[in-house]
Design a protein around this ligand. Structure first.
Ligand SMILES: Cc1ncc(COP(=O)(O)O)c(C=O)c1O
Length: 407
């Protein structure tokens, strides 16, 4: 199940794998501006902003399309106040694992609010969504069990399956027919099915209604990762499961505090018994430091602002306007209304050069190249925020149209 790419050939000694990968990186890096691992110097979250480039260069304005802060909450004064007040009360550390001294009233309140958001009985907060996904799979599954994953599911879910050591079966991306065939061959009582609600690299949504219906009919359990759906879908950002009226049919929802909620951490929302089980059985929860209470208090405030709904509506308007502008310029784009939109470019060097060229024009956008995407099919991933103005977005689309592949 471990991804085999050109750099982790099992026949190679460890040192050769390191060497081979570094040679590849250095070759693509070439002479142009390198777009990975740039240490920024701060600035406003998403809109035009001043940001220092690498080194001590001059500060300048950028339109940022490179952030998961979809609602533009990262600098909200009310969130800063919540952080400051929690800092006075709790200090900065976490004291330990949440099972022991690391659990705080701030986290307890956040868990209640997250359970409410997803119409579930309870929620468990983790130090990251990566850890939350590992926890669900490692905590629930034994080697004699089976997990069925959408082909495009997030790496954290795949890694959870590796940690569980169970049988792993992959179904074709968003293909209920393929899932149905696989479900017929498994013991549903010992099977978990996992999908992402939004596939952020592909800029598309899961076909949740038929997928959830199939899993429910089979009697298997289902996990939906709403990391890129919360804050973006639903009237007040409650995500797609809730928006589609599927909360009662999906056993486990995982979500992120570090994307639209602009803080840090992840969570599981489920029924009370499953949450209790994970608190005492999931290693990423029990054997890792808790989320700091300052972060929990800030996330709770983010959630409150998100649920007032105004920023969610602004984000939706921005997403629609970008999609329309892209269509007008002949760029390939679907109608899925996700906040991330991939722009196909081509090979690795061309993709990196396009991102660097856009940076020179004042637009920050994330490139994605092999092995994160198939070889020769590099993309630029545009992330839209409620903070962008219509003018900024139309300027960005105009510049991107100059580098992206047309339909
Ligand atoms: C679908 C999905 N799940 C989980 C994660 C991990 O989230 P976190 O950064 O909170 O660990 C990501 C991060 O990009 C993601 O896209």
């Amino acid at each position: 199940m471990k991804f085999i790419d050109d750099f982790n050939n099992p026949k190679d000694p460890l040192a050769v794998r390191v060497e081979r990968f570094n040679r590849y990186l250095n070759k693509i890096r070439g002479t142009h501006d390198w777009m990975f691992q740039r240490a920024h110097g701060g600035g406003a979250p998403c809109s035009s902003q001043k940001q220092r480039g690498s080194g001590a260069g001059p500060r300048r304005h950028f339109i940022r399309l490179d952030s998961n802060d979809y609602l533009g909450l990262g600098r909200h004064p009310a969130i800063k106040r919540a952080f400051d007040e929690a800092f006075k009360l709790y200090g900065m550390g976490t004291d330990g694992s949440p099972l022991l001294s690391g659990y705080s009233q701030a986290t307890l309140k956040l868990e209640h609010a997250l359970a409410g958001l997803h119409h579930k009985e309870d929620a468990v907060v983790f130090a990251s969504t990566y850890a939350a996904n590992l926890a669900v799979l490692q905590g629930l599954l034994l080697t004699s069990d089976c997990v069925i994953l959408d082909q495009a599911v997030h790496t954290s879910v795949r890694d959870g399956a590796l940690l569980a050591g169970c049988q792993v079966v992959i179904f074709k991306h968003n293909d209920p027919g393929d899932l149905e065939k696989i479900l017929k061959k498994t013991n549903p009582k010992k099977t978990l099915v996992c999908v992402d609600s939004v596939y952020s690299m592909r800029g598309c949504v899961a076909d949740l209604v038929p997928l959830v219906a199939l899993v429910k009919k089979s009697g298997a359990m289902m996990v939906v990762d709403e990391a890129h759906a919360v804050g973006v879908f639903g009237k007040k950002g409650e995500g797609r499961v809730c928006d589609l009226g599927l909360s009662a049919s999906v056993n486990v929802i995982t979500g992120s505090l570090g994307k639209a909620l602009a803080t840090h951490g992840g969570y599981v929302a489920a029924d009370r018994s499953l949450c209790q089980f994970l608190r005492y059985r999931a290693h990423p929860y029990m054997f890792s430091s808790a989320l700091p209470p300052t972060v929990s208090a800030s996330a709770l405030k983010s959630l409150e602002i998100m649920r007032s709904g105004a920023l969610v509506q602004k984000l939706k308007t921005n997403i629609r306007s970008v999609r329309e502008a892209m269509k007008k310029r002949g760029l390939a784009v679907n109608d899925d209304d996700t906040a991330t939109i991939p722009v196909p470019v081509g090979d690795e060097v061309a993709t990196m050069q396009s991102a660097a060229r856009l940076r020179k024009k004042g637009i920050l956008i994330n490139p994605s190249i092999y092995p994160a995407v198939p070889k020769g099919r590099g993309i630029l991933r545009m992330s839209i925020s409620a903070q962008h103005s219509v003018d900024e977005l139309s300027r960005a689309v105009m510049e991107i149209a100059g580098v992206g592949r047309k339909k």
